[in-house]
Design a protein around this ligand. Structure first.
Ligand code: BG6
Length: 495
């Protein structure tokens, strides 16, 4: 095992993300040996914690992974806490002294990985101080991992990017989209580029439409304050959905490398049509959940959630049709939908293939089948909570008639395999340690994604929506179903 020598400095160390995702992921990397003796973590935030408090918290966050007492203590001993006000220049000097000390103590060879897991308002201030206070003057590498949201529209994202790139170069910046660390999202490329039956048909001659659904049954939980300013379009479509779309739509890369994959994803996003306001109205719908009943439990409406304005016009649901104007995809709608408080949690991709040119079996003569149309072949990629694929085919029903029967060939990863699969954050942290940016978003991807969603946002902001418009526990407003119906399609997944 290639053991990494590195000093992590986590800004936002007391926060929810650090506790839920980062510490357990670091622990997993420790357990598998990627991190061993030569690593240290400085956690920073405003609260006046001691190293002991910090280590106790770290131990609590990994308790569910059942470490032995000795393992937990040894792991936590690598963690150091430094109270820090990101606006106070002097605090960076203190941080630097600690960083230098740990570098020597753990033999880290000057490798520095900064993790910005706090409000994006501070990203610019932090990186400029890292430079001005000489924190990037060590011999090793200097990398920065940045949590979403990367800006709130193209303009703010651009400004943020300018601030960061004045200190770090693009190949030192790791913009997180945790969907890119998910096993089955990474599998999209395997399905496409390792199976000739699919790659040869992956175009507008054979594919009718593609559907991406990211459904959540949870509401906004305790994130009402953030979410009410963001909404589903910025929270999910600008990042996760467009990233998934780019992996499905990109041309085969010349090599399976960071440079080539990113180049193809960027080209795919650049081919997504930026709609006019008229096209937005035609192709995108929004929703907000009302009170509702799910599994005999009643849920409050979005406007009654804590931290949410009681007259909020924020959307908790989006469905839309993206159009990709290139040779491969011209004429193939990419339908997307995502929302909170839907019927169940599930992320799925459905690739719906075109019908055979003639349905030979529809004739009513003799022993032919009575069905007027055949079911389409569908390749489904199950991202979560189950992971796997299925392919639906038409076969002949056993017996004297010639009725067609849709049959499904399905594969699912076993529970055991899933339990042993590295978590998205663990994989992404390891990638960043390896200097591999393939599964992080390049600035050009972020920029283009904002251009695509900005016009949707602006068009929506000009009209008052009729919210709430779907009950908690449903699959969104009726308009989301109409959207496909008017094109002669339907959502394949209807839980
Ligand atoms: C986050 C969003 O990026 O993704 C959340 O901010 C959302 O609102 C989450 O719940 C969904 O992630 P996952 O991995 O549970 O599908």
């Amino acid at each position: 095992m290639n053991q990494k020598k590195v000093l992590f400095t986590i800004f936002g160390a007391t926060g929810d993300l650090a506790q839920r995702k980062l510490y357990p992921s670091l622990f997993r990397l420790y357990r598998t040996g990627s991190l061993a003796e030569s690593f240290a973590v400085i956690g920073t935030a405003r609260r006046p914690w001691t190293d002991e408090t910090y280590r106790d918290i770290v131990k609590e966050t990994i308790a569910y992974l059942n470490p032995t007492e000795q393992e937990a203590v040894e792991f936590a001993s690598h963690f150091y806490y430094q109270a820090h006000d990101v606006n106070d220049t002097h605090h960076y000097d203190t941080l630097k002294i600690l960083a230098n000390k740990l570098d020597e103590q753990y033999q880290l060879e000057g490798n520095l990985l900064f993790y910005l897991a706090m409000s994006p308002n501070f990203f610019g201030t932090i990186v400029s101080h890292l430079e001005s206070q000489g924190m990037l003057s060590s011999d090793g590498y200097h990398r920065v991992i940045i949590e979403k949201p990367f800006g709130t529209d193209f303009e703010t994202a651009n400004k943020l990017n300018d601030e960061i790139t004045s200190v770090f170069s693009e190949n030192e910046i790791y913009r997180i989209d945790h969907y890119l660390g998910k096993e089955m999202i990474q599998n999209i490329s395997a399905i496409r580029f390792a199976n000739n039956i699919f790659e040869s048909m992956w175009n507008n001659r054979y594919i009718d439409n593609i559907q991406i659904t990211i459904a959540e049954n949870l509401g906004v939980e305790d994130r009402g304050g953030y979410y009410d300013k963001s909404g589903a379009l910025k929270d999910m479509v600008q990042n996760h959905i467009l990233q998934v779309l780019s992996l499905l739509a990109m041309e085969p890369p010349v090599a399976f490398s960071e440079k080539e994959i990113r180049a193809e994803k960027i080209k795919a996003l650049e081919a997504v049509r930026i709609y006019t306001p008229e096209e937005v109205k035609e192709n995108f719908v929004r929703g907000q959940y009302d009170t509702g009943l799910l599994n005999q439990e009643s849920y409050t409406g979005y406007r009654q959630e804590p931290g949410v304005d009681e007259e909020s016009e924020t959307e908790t649901f989006v469905a839309g049709k993206f159009t990709i104007d290139n040779f491969r995809w011209s004429g193939v709608p990419f339908y997307v939908r995502t929302g909170k408080r839907l019927t169940e949690k599930g992320t799925r991709i459905n690739i719906v293939f075109k019908q055979v040119p003639i349905n030979l079996f529809k004739s009513e003569v003799g022993k032919k089948c009575e069905q007027p149309t055949l079911e389409p072949n569908i390749l489904t990629i199950y991202i979560q909570p189950t992971e796997g694929f299925s392919l639906s085919l038409n076969g002949k029903e056993v017996g004297p008639s010639f009725d067609m029967l849709p049959i499904q060939m399905a594969y699912r990863n076993s529970t055991e395999t899933m339990e042993n699969t590295p978590e998205a954050y663990e994989k992404l942290l390891l990638d960043a340690l390896n200097g591999d940016g393939t599964n992080f978003t390049h600035w050009h991807e972020v920029a283009q994604s904002w251009r695509i969603v900005d016009v949707i946002r602006q068009t929506w902001d000009e009209n008052t929506p009729e919210f709430p418009n779907y009950p908690a526990g449903s699959m969104g407003p009726d308009a989301a179903f109409e959207l496909l119906k008017k094109d002669g399609f339907k959502w394949i997944w209807t839980p």
